[in-house]
Design a binder for this molecule. Structure first.
Ligand code: AMP
Ligand code: TRP
Length: 336
């Protein structure tokens, strides 16, 4: 592997319904980064367990996310692709780091508050501790950069705090402080049904999101049905930002066509939604159709997918094991 001074780690949970937000906020950026960084891309199955999962589906979705990575253009030779549970170091380091994470830091995590809802006492310890496991994922490889969507920013700040706490407590400069990489025109893709809600895997309405496996007809239909207002598209960003649903669609359009927000808006200003939605459907289908088709092809060969994950697990373990041994030594855990 290349220099650890320049290492990327990122991951997606295998919890079904991979969507346009996952693609534009995360996976697509990884494809562009793989030529300049030493990259590790994980399917975070241990994180998925923070909410109830059907075992058969969890297996299938682990292969599906792997297929999505490869179909989107991540090269499994160049990058390490593996599922989290095949590297025991994640859970081990997760425990060690949890022993230096104050509850006050975890209590600030907005994602826990959202996911636990009003039933806080019924939420699992795993859901609460999830950001510590995420810090362990990154620090186990001494990753320096973490490309994610906007919603993960707070978790990354916590990862930096935890890395700093470890270094300070033991008087070492062992863990680098990982830098978030949040970029593109669509760092936070919103629901197609409600421009104030994030597009998410768990939304009960399938019309709220575009799935990476949706066929052309479904993509076009969902875009046509996307909630909008009745005004034509405005010509200033200021006016656009007052209209959540319109802004979301323009941002998606900008991301898919590789334009800046203002360039995308200049192209579509004054259009009615009927025309704009047609164009948006066309660019969406052109990109997602190809990836979805390739995913189906890859998923028809689970032997190939499992081979990629097995090789990825070996390569990931080879980096993780010596790092964890050093952590044991630093902390005074005897390795007789
Ligand atoms: P998850 O679906 O929570 O496993 O997220 C996997 C990756 O996709 C993370 O980097 C998220 O930040 C990113 N992501 C998830 N939902 C969205 C969204 N609606 N917009 C942009 N990025 C997202
Ligand atoms: N928590 C991330 C999410 O839900 C997934 C994730 C787990 C992750 N471990 C990570 C992302 C490490 C980046 C780095 O989206």
């Amino acid at each position: 592997m290349g220099s650890p001074a320049n290492r990327i780690f990122s991951g997606v949970q295998p919890t079904g319904n991979l969507h346009l937000g996952n693609y534009l906020g995360a996976i697509r950026n990884w494809v562009a980064l793989q030529t300049s960084y030493d990259c590790i891309f994980c399917i975070v199955d241990l994180h998925a367990l923070t909410q109830p999962q059907d075992p058969k589906q969890l297996l299938a979705q682990t292969r599906e996310v792997t297929a999505a990575y490869i179909a989107a253009g991540i090269d499994p030779e160049r990058c390490i692709i593996f599922n989290q549970s095949t590297v025991p170091g994640h859970a081990e380091l997760g425990w060690l780091l949890s022993c230096m994470t104050p509850l006050g830091w975890l209590n600030r995590m907005t994602q826990f508050k959202e996911k636990a809802g009003k039933q806080r006492d019924n939420a699992g310890l795993g859901l609460y501790a999830y950001p510590v496991l995420m810090a362990a994922d990154i620090l186990l490889y001494k990753a320096t950069h973490v490309p994610v969507g906007e919603d993960q920013k707070q978790h990354l700040e916590l990862s930096r705090d935890i890395a700093g706490a470890f270094n300070r407590r033991y008087g070492v400069e062992f863990f680098p402080l990982p830098e978030p990489q949040i970029f593109g025109a669509a760092t936070r893709v919103m629901s197609l049904r409600d421009g104030t809600k994030k597009m998410s895997k768990s939304d009960t309405s399938d019309y709220s999101r575009i799935n990476m496996t949706d066929d052309a007809e479904t993509v076009a239909l969902k875009i046509r049905k996307a909630r909008t207002d009745s005004e034509p598209l405005p010509d200033t960003l200021e006016a656009l930002d007052k209209r959540a649903e319109a802004a979301n669609l323009v941002d998606i359009y900008a991301a898919l066509t590789d334009l800046k927000r203002e360039e995308a808006l200049a192209r579509v200003a004054g259009q009615n939604f009927s025309k704009f939605k047609e164009d948006l459907a066309e660019v969406s289908v052109a990109i997602l159709g190809k990836i979805g088709g390739e995913m189906q092809r890859l998923m028809a060969d689970p032997g190939y997918i499992d081979g990629v994950l097995k090789r990825g697990a070996e390569r990931a373990n080879a980096i993780a094991r010596p790092h964890l041994a050093e952590v044991f030594d630093i902390m005074g855990l005897l390795r007789p």
